[in-house]
Design a protein around this ligand. Structure first.
Ligand code: NAD
Length: 490
């Protein structure tokens, strides 16, 4: 059961215990580029998830005993193959999720390889100092916890999936991965890659399917010891409820409505260009600064320059190197984005640009949209649209900027544009966000913690934080005078 996608063969079955496994039912993968069907994919549910978790649990017995160096070698091998296959992965991902081919080629797929390399290297250096307690050696070890269930979304499918899969495997967990049903194909290619890298059967498993079936079955499976989820707040609530009876530790990376704060003392051109970048990936970026807050004294100038630049955004087929942004992921998502914009317009708010479909392109292309001064408390200002829709507001002073920035239930990211280093420090300290960029955007170091506050998530991943999550951290104490000594005598 293989589909030919942009000249690349993709197996459309699950990957369970080192074998391809089909299902009685399938779902269709539709390309956002032209709404044509690309493939019918096996639709897993309770039974496939149970097979995969059982295989993962069996494989865990030997995988957990491998040394860090052995696991690191497997992960580097996977990274080597990903690097050799960047072009195939990039063309399939673009066809499947509609993100820019040039980004997949130059940024996203190299980052997929980097996810594996980084956690392989971090694993071998993972250390915590021993402490001496009255001559007793007090030691910390990172014990793999068991089967990790991983569920991720479609906006950067392979990058977000491997950001969770790589540390889980590095930590010595085995994995059952449920890819997004709107962009499932590169997960299947990843399964081939892990097999070629010689990963033992059952260590990495992929079960394709709908969230409410395969995802739900994985979330409630009693043998899953860690649940790692990237996606929306409503789904996070469902998963947390399903996992509650099993008391499984959760790592959630969720949505955002991040502030993009522009002070009058900023580098103006940098601020405008960085603000335009918030339309990247057609607005389907969790970290995007969708609430642009501009100091009153430069508001008109900023708005004018922003609109002039936004009009030059080239929207088109994501396979075309000249395109800046592509379509929305699916008809359902396009309708959702349109719904937000239509309701805002219905409530009297007028978009300064965009505000509807790109009729020249048709299909799922939605025009970059900007609402100025939306009604306070309105849906468009409060909720995550996850499309190319930004809001612009102005503030009088720093205190008001901070108050407006924090007027949200989310707390994923924030961008601060200022020429004053002291202000940058003050505002960074005051905004409620897991990640704050000063005079830049999207610069990441995988050693650092990544995650959100409030409704934007639970926990942090990256560097040692990932191992804290996937491992059972053990504190052991060794007495100084040999094994016969009974505790309490010293
Ligand atoms: P979603 O919550 O609808 O789906 C995400 C995944 O959950 C999919 O694989 C889906 O099949 C699965 N799922 C759906 N219902 C389920 C259920 N009942 N039980 C178990 N699994 C279920 O989100 P989406 O629309 O795919 O993605 C967009 C969201 O993801 C946005 O809110 C965005 O901000 C967020 N996101 C966050 C980050 C981050 O790092 N914080 C990164 C990317 C995207």
């Amino acid at each position: 059961m293989k589909a030919l996608v942009e000249g690349v063969e993709v197996d459309v079955r699950h990957w369970i215990d080192g074998k391809r496994v089909g299902s009685a039912t399938t779902f269709s993968s539709i390309s956002p580029i032209d709404e044509q069907k690309i493939a019918d994919i096996a639709a897993g549910g309770e039974s496939e998830i149970d097979q995969a978790v059982t295989a993962a649990q069996a494989a865990f017995q030997s995988w957990k005993k491998t040394s860090p160096a052995e696991r690191a070698a497997y992960l580097h091998k996977i990274a080597d193959i990903v690097e050799a296959r960047v072009e195939a992965l990039a063309v399939v991902e673009t066809r499947d999720n509609g993100s820019l081919l040039r980004s997949h080629r130059r940024g996203v797929m190299p980052r997929v390889a980097m996810n594996f390399r980084f956690f392989a290297d971090w694993l071998t250096q993972l250390d915590h100092p021993d402490f001496d307690v009255r001559g007793h050696r007090n030691h910390i070890s990172y014990d793999p916890s068991g089967v990790a269930g991983i569920i991720t979304p479609w906006n950067a499918p392979l990058m977000l999936g491997t950001w969770r899969i790589a540390p889980a495997l590095a930590a010595g967990c085995t994995v059952v991965y449920k890819p997004p049903e709107w962009a499932p194909l590169t997960a299947s290619l990843l399964a081939d890659i892990t097999a070629e890298a010689g990963l033992p059967a059952g260590v990495f498993n992929v079960v394709q399917g709908m969230g409410r079936e395969a995802g739900a079955a994985l979330s409630r499976h009693p043998k899953v010891r860690r649940l790692s989820f990237t996606g929306s707040v409503p789904t996070a609530r469902t998963i947390a409820a399903a996992a509650a009876p099993n008391l499984v530790p959760l790592s959630f990376e969720l949505g955002g409505k991040s502030p993009f704060i522009v002070f009058a003392d900023c580098d103006f051109d940098l601020a405008v260009n960085t603000a335009i970048g918030q339309y990247d990936n057609a607005g389907q970026v969790c970290l995007a600064g969708t609430r642009i807050l501009v100091e009153e004294s430069i508001r008109d100038k900023f708005q004018e320059a922003f609109i002039a630049k936004a009009k030059n955004i080239r929207q088109g087929d994501p396979r075309d190197e000249a395109s800046d942004i592509g379509p929305q992921i699916s008809r359902a998502h396009f309708e959702r984005v349109s719904g937000f914009v239509d309701r805002a317009k219905g409530a009297g708010m007028k978009p300064l640009i965009g505000g509807g479909p790109n009729e020249d392109l048709g299909g799922l292309y939605f025009r970059p949209t900007l609402f100025a001064d939306p009604t306070p408390g309105s849906e468009i200002l409060r909720d995550e649209v996850f499309g190319p829709v930004l809001c612009l507001q102005s503030f009088k002073d720093e205190a008001q900027a901070i108050a407006m920035a924090n007027d949200t239930e989310y707390g994923l990211a924030a961008v601060v544009m200022t020429g004053d280093p002291a202000r940058a420090e003050r505002v960074t300290g005051a905004v409620n966000a897991g990640l704050v960029w000063n005079n830049c955007f999207f610069v990441r170091d995988l050693r650092q913690a990544f995650g959100g506050n409030g409704k934007s998530g639970i926990g942090r991943e990256g560097g040692t934080w990932s191992f804290d999550f996937y491992c059972d951290v053990k504190n052991s104490v060794y007495a100084p005078h040999g094994w016969s000594q009974v505790g309490g005598k010293v």
